[in-house]
Design a protein around this ligand. Structure first.
Ligand code: UD1
Ligand code: UDP
Length: 367
């Protein structure tokens, strides 16, 4: 059997790892071992996803926790190293672009353990983003590069990677979406806030580029106050953003804005349910750009760039500037049905993890 260590540390990682774990378990040659790095640890950022996505308890739980980039990355490396030495996996599988991804890839390669990177090759070409550094560095040392869209193959070619270790298998995050879509639709989370389908805006924001800059955060919140004068807005708040909102002294104004619902981060089903019925999703998330594209829901991404260009080229995503007029206009366009319709990106069909398992087993057999 091929012992494959699957590493996950953050909310979006759990959503990506769940279908991989299942596909590996079902594959006759693969034996998965699940490692949680502890980067996200609150119930609403971690356990709820294990429960809802039917992931087993992690075999290994590290306690990297929060900290500066160096502290967090170093803690994962330091704690993962003895685990790798002890377990001697045949391959380490990392997903996405968070600090846990890079830390696990580096630690494994230094021990001569092959690394497979799921969601390789995505590039924003913005090296101020911590995720871009994690993507570049992880891809540079990974042995097997699994990509979600054709532009990622081009990016990897430009960086000198050859086709023999690049695999286009689709998008594992969409496997989770497809598996739980019906269940999520039945939740009808919008009813909790008395909102009509298609008549409200769903918001997420957690990029340090925006929420860690008080002037930008205030501009963003003012934009939401303005939208909420006319339409209901629901905003499940990431813990990073929650503390920045308090630091910026915005709590009072929030209390007096009636149709703006700031709530704790939601479980996967509850959040997906809100996406499916939203008139517009306003976000800076990576994964949410993909989910809205698949569900055909208008998405305005408040960023200057995206590493997921297919969500713009074939999907429902549009990049928008952080400007109250621009954001209000996006809401008006979307809620009056004047938003592009979009189509499904190639291989985002719910079966990506099975393809990854097959390709990886084959590649390791040949190695
Ligand atoms: C991380 C990833 C980002 C990803 C996001 C997904 C990096 C560099 N960033 O950002 O790419 O999009 O996860 O959500 O890896 N906190 C809690 N409870 C938790 C987790 C975090 O309170 O369970 C707070 C802590 O104050 C922490 C802060 O949130 O300092 C930021 O957490 P961290 O994991 O460092 O980065 P994210 O912003 O979550
Ligand atoms: N998500 C969730 N609850 C929330 C917000 C997001 O379940 O309150 C899910 C969302 O459906 C997507 C993933 O979390 O699958 C995206 O995570 P996030 O935006 O934190 O990270 P990114 O994708 O930007 O790295």
């Amino acid at each position: 059997m091929i012992k494959a260590l699957l590493v996950a540390g953050t909310r979006p990682n759990f959503i990506k790892i769940a279908p991989l774990y299942r596909a590996f378990e079902q594959h006759p040659e693969l034996s998965p071992v699940l490692v949680h790095t502890g980067q996200h640890y609150d119930e609403v950022m971690s356990e709820v996803f294990f429960r809802q996505l039917k992931l087993p308890e992690p075999d290994i739980y590290l306690s990297s926790g929060s900290g500066s980039h160096a502290e967090q990355t170093a803690r994962v490396m330091k704690e993962l190293e003895p685990v790798l030495i002890d377990l001697q996996p045949d391959v380490v599988v990392v997903v996405g672009d968070v600090n846990s991804t890079l830390a696990a890839a580096l630690t494994s390669k230094k021990l001569h353990i092959p690394v497979a990177h799921i969601e390789a090759g995505l590039r924003s070409f913005d090296r101020r983003m911590p995720e871009e550094i994690n993507r570049l560095a992880t891809d540079a040392i990974s042995d097997f590069l699994f990509v979600t869209e054709p532009t990622a193959i081009e990016n990897l070619h430009h960086e000198g990677h050859s086709d023999d270790h690049i695999f286009f298998c689709g998008n594992v995050m969409i496997d989770s979406l497809r598996r739980f879509e019906d269940l999520a639709r039945s939740v009808e989370q919008r009813k909790k806030y008395g909102m009509e389908a298609g008549g409200y805006v769903l918001v997420t924001a957690h990029r340090p580029e925006m929420v860690d800059q008080p002037d930008l955060l205030i501009l963003f919140m003012k934009s939401l106050f303005r939208i909420a004068e006319k339409y209901p807005v629901v905003f499940p708040v990431h813990p990073r953003t929650r503390s920045r909102i308090s630091d910026a002294g915005l709590d009072k104004e929030l209390e007096s804005t009636e149709k703006l619902y700031l709530v704790d981060p939601l479980g996967y089903f509850e959040f997906l349910s809100l996406i499916t019925d939203a008139g517009l999703v306003l976000t800076d998330s990576g994964g949410v750009q993909e989910e809205t594209t698949v569900l055909g829901v208008p998405c305005a991404t408040i960023r200057e760039n995206t590493e997921r260009p297919c969500t713009i080229e074939s999907g429902t995503n549009e990049l928008v500037a952080l400007n109250p007029d621009v954001l209000f206009d996006a809401v008006e366009r979307a809620l009056s049905g004047k938003w592009k319709k979009g189509s499904l990106p190639e291989l985002w069909d719910g079966n990506a993890a099975t393809r990854v398992a097959e390709k990886l087993a084959l590649a390791l057999r040949g190695a």
